[in-house]
Design a protein around this ligand. Structure first.
Ligand SMILES: [Zn+2]
Ligand SMILES: [Zn+2]
Length: 348
C-alpha cells in the first residue's frame, strides 16, 4: 500500500510499504476515509523531530522513523482484532489517535495527555495517511448518522478546542475571546457558542478568516490592533508567541487565559500585569478520549458545530506532500484545513 512517511527533517516521502499486520487484541484495522494535515505535521517537516521518535524507539509503541503521518482522520472498519466488541467491518469511525500507557502516575489520575509514555498515531506510531491503519479500539468512536466522513476527520481538531475550553473552566454565560481563527480557533468559537457563552469575540489578523468567524457565530471580530477586550476566558489558538500578549490583554481582571497553540519560540510577557490583575494562564494539550473527544463527536452529531466550512482543499494521497504539507508551509494564510483522501491516488 502507499503511505506518506516522515523520514527526517525536510524529508517526507510517499512510500510503497507492506500492509499493516492483522489487528492484534483490542485493535481495529481501518481504511482511512479522510485525514487532515495539521500544523504539527508542518512543524515536524520544517524543524522536527519534535514528537516523532528518530533513533531510539518510542517506549510505548516501539516505533521510530520512518513513520506514517496523519493524526486527524475518519475511517471505515476493515477488520477487528480479538476482544473487539464495539465495532464491525463497515462501521464508520472517528479516531482520537492519542495512546497512553494506562499505568503511570498521570494515567491513574486520568490526566492521560500528561502520560509519561504518551504517543499518538501519525507521530509515534503509523497514522492515517495510508491506505490502511491499525488503531486501538478505545481511541475510536462511531461517526453519528448524518455526519459526513469529512466532518468525522475534523473531530480531533474540535476535541483540541473542547479541551481548551474545559481547561479554562468555561461556564455558561461567560464572555469568551478566541485569538487566532485557524482551524482550532474556529472550532473553539463554535464550541463556546454551543456551550452558551454570552458573547464570543474573535481576534484574527486575516480579513477572510474574520469573515469566516463571523459567519460561524462570532458576535464580534477584530484585527489584533483594534482589540480592546475584557473577557472572562480567552483561548489563544494562533501559536504565535506575540499573540500571547494580545490574549492576556484581552482577559478581564481575574480572568483566565488558555494557551493551546504550538509555540515555536519563547516570547515575552509583562509578568507584573499578570500579578496585578490576578489573571490565570493555563496550558492545554491535545484531548482526552472519553471527555473531550466524545464531547466533540457529540457536538458534531447534534449539528452544533460545522466542520465543512473549515475545509479549504480536498486532495488525493499522491498530492499530499506537494499540495498539502508543502502548500501549508509555503502559504499558511491561504489554507485552513486541507483534507487528504488516503485511499485515492489521484487521476491517471
Ligand atoms: Zn494536530
Ligand atoms: Zn501513562
Amino acid at each position: 500500500m502507499l503511505a506518506l512517511r516522515w523520514h527526517g527533517r525536510g524529508d517526507v516521502r510517499l512510500d510503497e510499504v507492506e500492509d499493516p499486520r492483522p489487528p492484534g487484541p483490542g485493535e481495529v484495522l481501518l481504511r482511512p476515509l479522510w485525514c487532515g494535515i495539521c500544523g504539527t505535521d508542518v512543524e515536524e517537516y520544517r524543524s522536527g523531530p519534535l514528537f516523532i521518535p528518530s533513533g531510539e524507539p518510542h517506549p510505548l509503541t516501539g516505533r521510530s522513523a520512518p513513520i506514517t503521518l496523519g493524526h486527524e482522520f475518519s475511517g471505515e472498519v476493515v477488520d477487528v482484532g480479538p476482544g473487539v466488541e464495539r465495532f464491525r467491518p463497515g462501521d464508520r469511525v472517528a479516531a482520537d489517535t492519542l495512546i497512553f500507557c494506562g499505568e503511570c502516575y498521570w494515567c491513574r489520575r486520568h490526566q492521560v495527555t500528561l502520560c509519561e509514555r504518551l504517543a499518538a498515531l501519525g507521530l509515534m506510531a503509523d497514522g492515517g495517511l495510508a491506505s490502511l491503519c491499525n488503531a486501538p479500539e478505545r481511541t475510536l468512536l462511531p461517526i453519528p448518522e448524518g455526519i459526513s466522513d469529512e466532518a468525522g476527520a475534523l473531530a480531533e481538531t474540535l476535541a483540541v478546542a473542547v479541551r481548551a475550553l474545559r481547561r479554562g473552566r468555561f461556564a455558561v454565560g461567560e464572555s469568551i475571546v478566541v485569538v487566532g481563527a485557524g482551524a482550532v480557533g474556529l472550532m473553539a468559537l463554535q464550541a463556546a457558542v454551543a456551550g452558551g457563552a454570552s458573547k464570543v469575540s474573535v481576534v484574527e489578523l486575516l480579513p477572510e478568516r474574520r469573515r469566516l468567524a463571523a459567519s460561524l457565530g462570532a458576535d464580534e471580530v477584530y484585527a489584533p490592533e483594534e482589540a480592546d477586550l475584557a473577557a472572562d476566558l480567552v483561548v489563544e489558538c494562533s501559536g504565535n508567541a506575540v499573540a500571547v500578549n494580545t490574549a492576556v490583554g484581552s482577559a478581564r481582571k481575574g480572568g483566565r487565559v488558555v494557551l493551546v497553540g504550538i509555540y515555536e519560540r519563547p516570547g515575552t510577557l509583562d509578568f507584573l500585569e499578570v500579578v496585578g490583575t490576578e489573571k490565570e494562564i493555563i496550558g492545554s494539550l491535545s484531548h482526552v478520549y472519553d471527555e473531550d473527544f466524545a464531547a466533540a463527536v457529540s457536538l458534531l452529531g447534534r449539528g452544533a458545530v460545522r466542520a465543512e466550512p473549515l475545509v479549504s482543499d480536498r486532495i488525493p494521497l499522491d498530492r499530499a506532500l506537494d499540495d498539502g504539507l508543502l502548500a501549508l508551509m509555503r502559504e499558511p494564510e491561504k489554507h485552513l484545513k486541507i483534507l487528504i483522501q488516503p485511499s485515492v491516488q489521484g487521476l491517471p
